[in-house]
Design a protein around this ligand. Sequence first.
Ligand code: BES
Ligand code: MN
Ligand code: ZN
Length: 505
Amino acid sequence: MEIRVVAGDITTFAGDGLVVNLFEAARGPAKGTPQGATAAVDAALGGALDRLIRAGEITGKWGEQTLIHALGRLRAERVLVLGLGKPEELTADRVRAAAAEAARTLRKSGARRIGTLVHGAGAAGLSAGQSAQAVVEGTLLGLYRFTRYKTNDDHAKVVERLTVVERDARRLGAVREAVWRGRILAEAAIAARDLVNEPGNTLTPTELARRARAMARAARVRCEVLGPPALRRLGAGGLLCVARGSQEPPRLIVLTYGGRGGGPHLGLVGKGVTFDSGGISIKPAENMEAMKGDMAGAAAAIAATCAIARLRLPIRVTAVVPATENLPSGTALKPGDILRAMSGKSIEVINTDAEGRLILADALTYARRRQVTHLVDAATLTGACVVALGTVNSGAFANNQTWLETVLAAGRAAGEKIWPMPMDAEYDELIKSDIAEIKNTGGRKGGAVTAAKFLQHFVGETPWVHLDIAGTSDSDKEKGYLTKGATGVMARTFVALAMDMAAKK
Ligand code: BES
Ligand code: MN
Ligand code: ZN
């Protein structure tokens, strides 16, 4: 999609659909009144919006949409009035969601060229830049579709151009920059969605590495891919043992961005199980197809690293992605097996379906050897986290309160909800093994925490946050800027995190 930024009068926008907005009146019977650019559109329409407001048909309530035809009074075919709710309740995330819903409504109406205001700039402390960025992110994410395997569907309807109209020419520079940033952020999440939606038969570990390499090249990020011989030399027992049941060789994908020298060095680790059958501890058939998405953490880490490079953020990043399938076979890892991880720790395997922590153990060790100063991992790690938090929040588990708060703030900036979970020492008891140093499951109780506790054995003193995205990596409905299927969760949070670290440097 082409995105333009123009300064001027929105009533002169020539195109198929024009998005304007209305706040809900703060209180009492007073009806909202069109303001700013919306008022100019109302005037061009001969007061039509004002009449609809007086009639109570347009209230400005959050989420409200009213599509009216301009009937030749404007150079735009249709006008969509978006309800923004109460001004004091407006957030960047509401702008993202509203822009997404508006774009989808207009696409359904056949609009190819959309014009929009910078919604709510100046309200609730949102700057023009923040609003413009949110409009672009929301529009691109809300219009996302995974069409690769659909032929001759109704995808003829495509929005080709978004024109962001800013009245105040003095803000044009800030809006342009924000649009550029919003596009890079949205495209990161979209790249992650594409990877997650891709089925397991095409997106094997080898193919994931190939795609990572192509993305890295385009963003001028360094990419190294380690196969079984290099992994054996490194003693990557976790990754190698999980891969043993599959015909597909495992890969350790390593992306690096930024020069040598001091300063913060962000380590991004993402679980890359391209299909999780459970292995010998095989999963039930129902919903097993969803396990093609067990590499959503990997997708976020790869996409974010490339976006950080495209934004030229002054920070170092190393992304480490262990990629493998988890399948049963005559050579597969078995319950009761004991393996040795890259760090040297021995692990008793109780359940081969707790494979994510085995491969992440090696990836975390590897990232630390690359001298990262801060670690964050994203993984579709446990069903227990979905039981605890549902599909609304990702779970956060940390060994460092300051770093945890930094990651939570990045999630808020991106509009990706993250909830902190406990990490008390008492949980460690549950993963003690009688014959090895640790075992890979701690029973059903507190399953999301014991998984995090397992990972903690491999991060040492490095500030670290583990994000369990099992419940948030895909969506079963179209809502706001989420579409059905992969969400691309944590791609934007990771970029926001790097932005924050770069700003504090
Ligand atoms: N990939 C799954 C976790 C998962 C479940 C992700 C549902 C998305 C939706 C993970 O590898 C797994 O199987 N975890 C087990 C761990 C258990 C055996 C300790 C689980 O959650 O059941
Ligand atoms: Mn599993
Ligand atoms: Zn898994």
